[in-house]
Design a protein around this ligand. Structure first.
Ligand code: DOR
Ligand code: ZN
Length: 350
């Protein structure tokens, strides 16, 4: 098999940043994907429909006009999000979901939710209007081991959420453990789905420490043991519908990563489709590649599947060591300097 032609995919979890940083990354995503669920963790966060619309306009203004890309916006849930704002979001054609960051869980999450009991009104409004909740599934707290945060979140937060809001539809974002895979499989596919990143399919936690501390493999949730990576690979390649692509591509300037306190986030938008293909090739099974990349996500979000197709060709190429980023900075993309064996054929876009 030397080429794979499939429905043009979408990225169901993406960080685009803002300003000059956004302008330097957005076209990488637009070259690969038709649509992307855009994360709201700007500073200040995108907490209102008006802010989401303004952010969407800035993204569209930075787009290469030759590319066809639709940013699907999200709101950042805070302790103060009102039912009125949720109703407004549900009525807006540009807002597609609301993101829950437990306060303190990750980059720019300080205005996140401090306690789920404070967002009851918003969650009730979301289930009433059918607006999906996207969860950063990590419990916070100094007493919780960083590698256990996802399991603890499932027990302490996700199970109660599904129980207490029986019509709420949830995407468990960027899952990293076998526990999360099992939990998603054991629940109703109409109510719970999960995104999986290319980096969590391709690296385990050894990659953080191989040959010295590697900040470019640091993201949140942090990569786990090999057995968890294998479970993710099996889920992506073997369980259509419940799991779909969401890169969590999260660019940070090189200096912010290679620092005494390096930021969490891995940039994968430069080669996202090729990276997913690399993972599927590792599993030796492309049967459900199109479902994972292009049809399971729209089904969960109740959006049409894209009509264009794209083609991947077997072709070896080397990922650049760095890419330009923002005002005169650079970023180090995932798998910098390494050879990939699939390449997206650009002419195939309609
Ligand atoms: O690694 C991460 N980076 N995880 C997140 O949840 C946020 C993201 C970012 O915004 O940099
Ligand atoms: Zn993210």
């Amino acid at each position: 098999m030397d080429t794979i032609t499939f429905i043009r995919p979408d990225d169901w979890h993406l960080h685009l940043r803002d300003g000059a940083a956004m302008a330097s990354v957005v076209n990488d995503s637009a070259r690969q994907f038709a649509r992307a669920i855009v994360m709201p963790n700007l500073q200040p966060p995108v907490t209102t429909v008006a802010a989401a619309e303004a952010y969407r306009d800035r993204i569209l203004a930075a787009l290469n006009p030759a590319l066809d890309f639709d940013p699907l916006m999200t709101l950042y849930l805070t302790d103060d999000t009102s039912a009125v704002e949720i109703a407004r979001a549900a009525a807006s054609p540009v807002v597609h979901a609301v993101k829950l960051y437990p306060a303190g869980a990750t980059t720019h999450s300080d205005q996140g939710v401090t306690d789920l009991s404070r967002v009851t009104e918003a969650l009730e409004a979301m289930q009433e209007h059918g607006l999906p909740l996207l969860v950063h599934g990590e419990a916070t707290g100094e007493d919780i081991d960083v590698f256990d945060r996802e399991q603890v979140f499932i027990e302490q937060r996700l199970q109660p959420l599904l129980r207490d809001f029986p019509a709420l539809r949830i995407v468990f974002e960027h899952i990293t453990t076998a526990d999360a895979v099992d939990f998603v499989r054991d629940n109703d596919p109409e109510r719970l789905a999960a995104t999986i990143t290319p980096h969590h399919l391709l690296i385990n936690r050894n990659a953080l420490f191989r040959g010295g501390l590697n900040p470019h493999h640091y993201c949140l949730p942090v990569a786990k043991r090999e057995r968890h990576r294998q479970a993710l690979l099996a889920a992506a390649t073997g369980t259509p519908r419940r799991f779909f692509a969401g890169t969590d591509s999260a660019p940070h300037a090189r200096g912010a990563k290679e620092s005494a306190c390096g930021c969490a986030g891995i940039y994968s938008a430069h080669a996202a489709i090729e990276l997913y293909a690399t993972a599927f090739e590792q599993a030796g099974d492309f049967t459900h590649f199109e479902t994972f990349m292009s049809t399971a996500g729209p089904a969960f979000y109740r959006l049409p599947v894209n009509s264009a197709t794209v083609t991947l060709r077997r072709d070896s190429w080397t990922v650049p060591d760095t890419l330009p980023f923002g005002d005169g900075e650079e970023l180090v993309p995932f798998m910098a300097g390494q050879v990939l064996h699939w390449k997206l054929q650009q002419e195939s876009r309609q």
